[in-house]
Design a protein around this ligand. Sequence first.
Ligand SMILES: Cc1cc2nc3c(=O)[nH]c(=O)nc-3n(C[C@H](O)[C@H](O)[C@H](O)COP(=O)(O)OP(=O)(O)OC[C@H]3O[C@@H](n4cnc5c(N)ncnc54)[C@H](O)[C@@H]3O)c2cc1C
Length: 441
Amino acid sequence: MVRRLAIVGGGPKAVAIAAKAEVLQEEGLLDCEIHVFESKEIGASWTGRHGYTDGEQALCTPAEKDLGFPYAEMPGAPEAAEKMMARYSWGTFKASRGYADWVDLGRRRASHREFAEYLMWAFDRSGAALHLGEVTRLERARITGRQAREGWKVEWKEGAGKAQLLGTFFDGVVVTGHGPARPLGPTNSPRMLDGQRLWTKRERDRALGLLGTRAVSEDAPLVVIGSGGTAAAVLAWLARQGHRDLPIYLLAEQATFYSRGNSVFENRLFSDPTQWKALTHATRKAFFERLTRGVVWDAVMEELVQLSALKFIDGRATDITAAGAGNLTLQWKRNLSQLELDLGDEETHQVEAGLVINATGFDNWWFLRLLPPGAIPSDRKERADLLERLAHGMGEDLTFRDGWTLPRLHAPFQSMLVGPGFASLLALGDMADRVLRPYMK
Ligand SMILES: Cc1cc2nc3c(=O)[nH]c(=O)nc-3n(C[C@H](O)[C@H](O)[C@H](O)COP(=O)(O)OP(=O)(O)OC[C@H]3O[C@@H](n4cnc5c(N)ncnc54)[C@H](O)[C@@H]3O)c2cc1C
């Protein structure tokens, strides 16, 4: 019986699954068509043509943690890891375009654009089906009779065309991607940018233009909200553009950037599922947050130290409104404990900003809007409780289980409790094995 898997988004997760599926089909272990729905192009979030990056930034993690990493043996498929290495590894990609130069030059870190080229190269080899268009809705579907089962139909639209429901039945759907920037403040103000939009050429030129006309000064500094990887990438870019003395306030709920280096003990936890499984949920959560929230890779930190007028403000933005001379007024409250709040110490502070960059991160649950009406409660508290339950109860195949009433939906981005590397690029091979396992013969 042929099965079909739909993947929403043509990034590294989709390509890793498509590549592993090709290898397993050849081994006779899988009979599953892979259909990738991508609204822009394969690797779009990495090319520099569609936001999130200018394409020139270097990958923080080594590209050798590639589509097949960590190349662990998949139960029942002893040759799959070797074939993945031969066909889809970063080394094989480099061998197709100047391997000796890459090694002789000290194995320079890959840029995001080069990583996107790797994804396009690998996707072409995989032979998976590509549907170029935006997925707008997922509909519950059922096959009756001898092969009765539940699954999905996909509604999508090509370019500016009308959304249409594809007749194909899918046994499962994988949702990928970190979603759009979380909205904050007057998003249409020319003085407001976010970590998704800033990277398009038009917005970068606009930001540099504003800095060139001295819109940002001691009296109206640049305010960056958030202190994670997005904020660090924006600041490193400003340093590279020569804006090293720019007055910058970094408003975040932590006192500084915490740094992340290359630790063999941390790396092992990303690559070794047995060691990970031995940890309690609380320890897993603490590990994941320590390494992903508000931490900056050492290589990026080296660029940030050049910013001489960077000042940290411990607080949370509460309001952003238009002020005189095109500026924005940004209000914040300090990051207080319950005890301090009980003492009534909740003063509102404000600063007039020449430019505000929202680097608070992305909406990782963006795909909920694709689900049938009523699947997720509209009440804030009920919704938050359900999302917590879904993330905690996720199965080994990265599908929601506890609290889930719909057909099989794999959501690697929410799977940090199953494995710390499945939300990022750190265990793409293992992530693909887990997603494909339910469809194997
Ligand atoms: C700039 C940047 C740098 C990063 N660097 C690293 C790093 O060095 N190491 C690391 O481990 N992690 C890094 N990350 C984290 C990174 O998000 C994940 O590791 C990785 O992107 C996940 O890949 P993905 O395939 O899930 O998503 P993506 O690569 O984001 O792919 C999602 C795709 O979905 C498409 N799409 C979105 N909505 C729809 C829709 N409705 N229909 C159809 N297509 C849609 C988008 O166009 C996009 O191509 C970085 C993230 C960013 C933003």
